[in-house]
Ligand binder design. Sequence first.
Ligand code: IMP
Ligand code: MG
Length: 179
Amino acid sequence: METIQIHDKHFVPFINRDKIERYVEFIAKQIAQDLGPNEVPIFIGILNGSFMFAADFVRKYPHECHITFVKMASYEGVNSTGKIKHLVGINEDLEGRTVVILEDIIDTGNTLAEIYEIFRDKKVKQLKIATLFFKPDVFRKELPIDYIGKSIEDKFIVGYGLDYDGLGRNLSDIYQLKV
Ligand code: IMP
Ligand code: MG
């Protein structure tokens, strides 16, 4: 692994594919252990960033499961709160289901807060959050994160689904912004 350039910035090798695989496996094992073989969860990947994580994750998940993807989108609300976030792509009826959100990375937690808000009235049996990466130093919320692959320092990363201005998602390894 060598230093790379994306747009105007330089990135150094940070987490290689073998380590990523271990973090993904670690999360899959924990969830499988907690839910057991009889629960059929629905995993929901948050696009775009989690597509690679979700694809690898379900291959490590040893029991029956459903997998779907959603995208967060904002539109102008008709009330005074202005922008309202909603999910595009949920067609399944989630009532009574065990839902596990798959996130690529949780940073400030703003996206996570929106997800909790959206799922509040969906009458799910249980809602769990799994994130491959977590930046504890910038996290500002009092919200539970059930499964964390790896906590990392507050530096921008790319690769394995994560982008810098649209590029870098296709990299198999994770790179960190060189400062
Ligand atoms: P949050 O709402 O601040 O927790 O950040 C959520 C989203 O920002 C993530 O799902 C990513 O898409 C993006 N993001 C946060 N940190 C990084 C990073 O280091 N590299 C690339 N994308 C990031
Ligand atoms: Mg994301």
